[in-house]
Design a protein around this ligand. Structure first.
Ligand code: WTA
Length: 631
């Protein structure tokens, strides 16, 4: 493996080289991997089209890099440790050899069920080892995986399956999450009524609950395995062939299927995993995310496995059976690197410290956080009580679209600062823009965060809608990738991400588009119009506040609220349920009919002393009414 930076001066040198000669920089790193054929051209790009191609002409299979190439040296090393939902159930450990065999065998199951290179395969599964196996099996045969988080509703699932015309769905009878059992197969059944492209569904037994199996479409995972050999040569892929699609919510319209490709994604997730965490041989690494999110794709599966690391997968939730579960798992498996989200830290911080102090956390060496800005209080609690003042906290800023870490401290190399993502990793060239679209020079400033040069793991397009890709990311500031986030750059050149500047709300680390939630609520027969905004929440970071106008006064507000919540759960998923729903007589709109969310946000935050300019409102009276009724 190539040398990664291990001191601040090495970081500075690497950064300088990555900016002055990016092709040379990335090509030296890419050479460390197993390629069937070397690339002809390292980079070709044009942010106006936009078009980005890395390692063109290179041929590879990412699973040969995650599995085959490790076998000579680490066949017997643990690749995946699986910790089940119930702490009394047995842990599963898979060595690299076992994982390799299982991936190949399941790849044959896919083939036996008609899967071919280029097919889109939807994966809707709980956090069990078979989920990682399924992901890798798709990659092995060159099928494009589209993992949908198993907390989404049947209609969200159907939308994603149809958007990518998936022909196969991988699922399980059900899943355990804390004290609950979720019937995943029945959700899939409901979704598939609207999905004509799906020919096969392969169903894993997890909970043992009874499910209906549709003749000719549904087959059992274990029956299929029994018929499949574990010999499956990897499909040869072009560096720019699709590896996966992963949906993320935008400020408008339906979720966007972000497209990631094989070569650049592999190189970058591997490089950033090793660099930011300073992963050392034999270390136990645990990322608490779900594989249904980008964090799980890049930093549970691909980054760690391509490194030959031991990665822990956890099926459960931080609060089950009690608020000490995370720390119990750290002690039990002697976790060295622990990577979680601010929302989890804030929830655990509220619990009694005895839940932490009961356990031996001395194995921890590095802590990480991701998903939303971490507040200083949570940062200090994490540092003091979990890291005992000895573990660097790497606050990794990145996105589904970026594929890998963008701005982040490097453990023990970058001096950290509470609530700062600190400095760009090698290869990343941020730009802070003012409202007029001018790039701001120097330090001690604030603006909108863009990136002005391509990096290997950036999304290449939105599946089936390149125009939307261009409009969403490359049009606000022409020639630059716009992240949708605001940031500060302090006197030291350190970045602090201040949060979304568009209509995306991040609730407990999950991105939700206001338009999606509004559309769901508007489906209610008595709802005329809805405006949704985010407001600060102690634990979740942000919560959803919905202002709703009705055709006629509801007979009972609480009944209507409950109906709306059910509707949102069914349409998107429980994570999108508003915390507060206020029925109002009208919404504040400009003369051109645009809802002034800025005002609604202020009201939701109970910060009504300065509502700013309301003179452009069509009917300033509605604001007064809304304030009267605020919840
Ligand atoms: C936010 C998650 C502050 C940000 C990997 C971004 C963060 C969005 C951080 C992407 C961080 C992520 N500090 N904000 N360390 N990490 N965000 O696509 O607003 O689920 O645009 O990817 O989360 O969320 P996504």
């Amino acid at each position: 493996m190539s040398k990664i930076v291990t001191s601040f001066s090495e970081y500075q040198d690497a950064y300088k080289q990555s900016v002055e000669n990016p092709e040379q920089f990335w090509s030296a790193i890419a050479e460390e991997f197993t390629w069937r054929r070397k690339w002809d051209k390292t980079l070709e790009w044009d942010f106006n089209k936009p078009e980005v191609k890395w390692f063109q002409g290179g041929k590879l299979n990412i699973t040969e890099n995650c599995l085959d190439r490790h076998l000579p040296e680490r066949a017997n090393q643990t690749a995946i440790i699986w910790e089940p939902n119930d702490p009394n159930d047995a842990t599963v450990k898979l060595t690299y050899q076992e994982l390799f065999d299982k991936v190949c065998q399941f790849a044959n199951v896919l083939k036996n069920n008609g899967a071919k290179k280029g097919d889109r395969i939807c994966i809707y599964m709980p956090m069990v080892p078979e989920l990682a196996i399924a992901v890798l099996a798709c990659a092995r045969i060159g099928a494009v995986h589209s993992v949908v988080f198993a907390g989404f509703s049947s209609s969200s699932l159907a939308g994603r399956i149809n958007d990518a015309s998936c022909n196969i769905v991988l699922t399980s009878d059900g899943g355990f999450r804390g004290g609950k059992t979720i019937g995943l197969k029945s959700i899939v059944d409901e979704a598939l009524e609207q999905c004509p492209s799906v020919e096969k569904s392969i169903v894993l037994q997890r909970t043992g609950e009874e499910v209906s199996m549709k003749e000719g479409r549904d087959v059992w995972w274990h029956d299929e395995l029994a018929k499949a050999s574990n010999n499956c040569p990897a499909e040869e892929m072009d560096a720019e062939d699709l590896l996966f699609i992963l949906y993320t919510s935008g400020s408008t319209g339906k979720p966007k299927g972000m497209v990631h490709t094989c070569g650049g994604y592999m190189v970058y997730t591997n490089y950033t995993f090793r660099t930011a965490f300073q992963y050392k041989e034999q270390e136990i690494y645990w990322c608490t995310a779900d594989v249904g999110w980008i964090t799980g794709h890049s930093y549970i599966v691909y980054g760690p496995l391509s490194t030959g690391a031991t990665t822990l997968m956890f099926e459960g939730v931080p609060s089950y059976p009690d608020m000490g579960r995370f720390w119990h798992v750290v002690e039990k498996h002697k976790v060295n690197i622990f990577y979680t989200a601010p929302t989890a830290i804030r929830a655990l911080e509220k619990a009694d410290l005895s839940f932490v102090n009961k356990y031996d956390l001395s194995s921890l060496r590095v802590l990480g956080t991701v998903g939303e800005p971490i507040n200083e209080e949570a940062w200090h609690w994490y540092d003091e009580h979990i890291g005992k003042g000895n573990c660097p906290i790497i606050d990794t800023w990145w996105q589904t679209e970026t594929g890998g870490f963008m701005i982040s401290p490097i453990a023990d190399v970058t001096k950290t600062k509470p609530a700062f993502a600190t400095l760009p990793l090698p290869g990343i060239q941020p730009a802070v823009m003012d409202a007029d679209g001018k790039e701001l020079d120097g330090n001690g400033l604030e603006g909108r965060l863009c990136v002005k040069f391509p990096w290997p793991s950036m999304a290449r397009t939105i599946y089936g809608d390149h125009e939307r890709f261009k409009n969403t990311y490359f049009s606000t500031f022409p020639g630059k990738y716009f992240t949708g986030d605001g940031c500060k750059r302090d006197e030291d050149g350190y970045y602090r991400i201040t949060g979304r500047v568009d209509d995306v709300i991040i609730v407990s680390g999950h991105n939700l588009g206001t338009a999606e939630i509004e559309n769901a609520i508007d489906e209610h027969e008595n709802v005329c119009e809805t405006a949704v905004v985010g407001y600060p929440h102690d634990i979740k970071g942000s919560s959803i506040y919905a202002y709703v106008t009705c055709y006629h006064d509801p007979e009972n507000d609480d009944t209507l609220r409950k109906e709306i919540l059910d509707l949102v759960s069914r349409t998107i998923g429980p994570i999108a349920k508003p915390e507060k729903i206020q029925f109002v007589s009208g919404l504040p709109k400009t003369r051109s009919g645009k809802i002034m969310r800025r005002i609604l946000r202020k009201i939701a935050e109970k910060d009504t002393s300065n509502l700013g300019d309301t003179s452009t409102l069509l009917d300033p009276g509605v604001v007064e009414d809304i304030m009267q009724g605020v919840l």
